[in-house]
Design a protein around this ligand. Structure first.
Ligand SMILES: [Zn+2]
Length: 246
């Protein structure tokens, strides 16, 4: 289990099972590639050069120059590299993998940056706008991009997996940079009480994930995602209210 697989199960069980069985392959998105590009820039010069080499066709136009998404990405990288506080927050060992058995399953995490002398770790996130508000069913209210993309849950899981491995509590930070011109940026910390909510949430939801993954129960379709839209067969009408409430 990984944080992204858990999130996938919460978003759409049917799609996640179809992906796990190989029946469905998710089309790769440019946004994901841009995110990986920004990450690679902070790993090492060799990793970044290798990434550019590997994805040459997606990054560079045939007639020269980079596609605009990657020019924006270069500005984002620059914005962080010119900020000593952001660099300080990202200082540490890069892309380290840890595993632990938690909530009934084996978890695997990859930490963007971990600093053992400070007992901190950080994750780099690219986003549209630091201050945008999103409606959340999970939190039953308006939330920031951090909660909307379940980054609190991610940090909570990482913190627990690290506790299992290192016997100590490491403090998480998110280093965020926006796609705006010029980019906005922030180093974000978490009130401790936020993690308890996520552990309770995991406790509550893992049983269902376990059952679906084992094949004991039929995966539920969300009827909204790319997989559900592509495989949808209409059988009945829906009432107006069902469009915005499930
Ligand atoms: Zn779906």
């Amino acid at each position: 289990m990984s944080v992204s697989q858990f999130k996938n199960f919460r978003d759409c069980e049917a799609k996640t099972m179809a992906k796990l069985s190989g029946e469905y392959k998710e089309p790769s998105s440019n946004a994901m590639l841009v995110g990986s590009y920004v990450h690679a820039a902070f790993e090492s010069d060799e990793d970044f050069a290798a990434f550019i080499e590997e994805n040459n066709g997606a990054i560079f136009k045939a007639r020269g120059g980079k596609y605009s998404d990657f020019e924006t990405a270069d500005n984002m990288i620059e914005a962080l590299k010119n900020d000593s506080f952001a660099l300080f927050a990202m200082d540490g060992d890069k892309e380290i993998i840890y595993t632990a058995h938690l909530w009934g399953m084996d978890w695997k995490i990859k930490v963007d940056s971990i600093n053992h002398s400070r007992k901190t770790f950080s994750d780099l996130k690219t986003t549209q706008d630091l201050h945008k508000r999103y409606w959340s069913e999970k939190y039953d209210g308006w939330v920031s991009f951090i909660e909307a993309w379940d980054y609190v849950l991610q940090m909570a899981v990482y913190r627990r997996v690290l506790q299992e491995n290192l016997g100590e509590t490491y403090t998480p930070y998110i280093v965020a940079v926006t796609k705006e011109t010029p980019p906005n940026k922030a180093v974000i910390h978490f009130d401790e009480s936020r993690f308890d909510f996520e552990y309770e949430y995991l406790e509550m939801k893992m049983e269902r994930v376990f059952q679906v993954k084992k094949g004991d129960v039929k995966p539920v379709r969300c009827n909204k995602c790319d997989y559900c839209r592509a495989t949808k067969k209409l059988k009945d009408t829906i009432e107006v209210g069902e469009l915005i409430y499930e």
